[in-house]
Design a protein around this ligand. Structure first.
Ligand code: SF4
Length: 269
């Protein structure tokens, strides 16, 4: 296991000790989780809650309901979560996909290998890696790690990856942190780790970091950058740039990446 993955594992243990069990995701059924994953893109969780409430009030938050509702009516019901044209079309497309490819069964979809399900989801309109992984993990119980802005902030502020690390790079070091566990245990850890990182982001690792009281402020969580970068096979100029940036913008510095976060726990404040 790489040093960065090992460090993430230690961070997870510390956060679990500090914050306790998180009990995610806020959704009563897997289908509600899927709909929530679409609705939460680029909006507040409060808006998602109102949209879900509207759908439940009309008794539409089940396959038959979403199959039968017109796209126009769906737009009106999900208006509180914004981007209603795009999101209503994407949700209807997902239901049509489920019917066409998996007999309308989320369980049948979930029975496929993780990579296959992920590719099928990514081929749908309105589904990027974060949404696909949220559906995989929280609706279909597959062992994947959701990479959001909070996790990106954590790994870059602690020098585990460079500022411009891609989604897949961040995901890989997080996945590797639990590589020795079996699939079921890994899914539980990824579920809990994502929730804990969101909690960390809400309480401490905000746009402007509040390191003074953060459970991850201990020096063991701020290792020298070079050995870890070397571990990740970064080239020398990349390492120098990252190190300079880290020194110039130490962990108390803010960044402006809040805008992209689309996370229920953050939005529920
Ligand atoms: S608030 Fe500071 S110590 Fe805590 S995770 Fe963010 S950068 Fe690290």
């Amino acid at each position: 296991m790489s040093r960065s993955s090992s460090l993430l594992g230690q961070m997870y243990a510390t956060l679990a000790d500090t914050y306790g069990p998180q009990h995610w995701w806020p959704g009563e059924t897997p289908l509600e989780v899927v709909v929530g994953a679409y609705l939460t893109q680029n909006t507040s969780w409060r808006g998602v809650e109102l949209s879900i409430k509207n759908l439940k009030a009309e008794n539409l938050l089940h396959l038959e309901g979403l199959r039968g509702v017109s796209e126009e009516e769906l737009r009106i019901l999900i208006r509180p979560s914004g981007f209603m044209l795009r999101k209503a079309a994407a949700i209807k497309t997902f239901i049509a996909f489920l019917d066409r490819e998996h007999d309308g069964s989320l369980a049948q979809l979930a029975a496929n290998p993780t990579e296959s399900v992920r590719n099928q989801l990514l081929a749908l309109p309105g589904v990027g890696p974060e949404t696909a992984d949220a559906i995989l993990l929280y609706a279909l119980d597959h062992p994947v790690m959701v990479v959001d802005e909070y996790l990106r902030r954590l790994v870059t502020r602690h020098g585990l990856l460079h500022e411009k690390a891609r989604y897949a790079e961040i995901q890989q070091i997080a996945l590797n942190a639990f590589v020795e566990d079996d699939a079921n245990t890994r899914a539980q850890h990824y579920n809990e780790f994502h929730a804990l990182i969101v909690e960390l982001g809400k309480r401490h690792c905000k746009g402007k970091a509040r390191c003074e009281t953060c459970p991850l402020s201990a020096s063991i969580f701020h290792p020298p950058l070079l050995p870890i970068a070397d571990d990740l096979h970064l080239d020398a100029s990349e390492v120098r740039r990252a190190q300079t940036k880290r020194l110039e913008a130490p962990r108390l510095a803010s960044d402006n990446r809040d805008k992209g976060a689309a996370n229920p726990r953050e939005r529920r404040q």
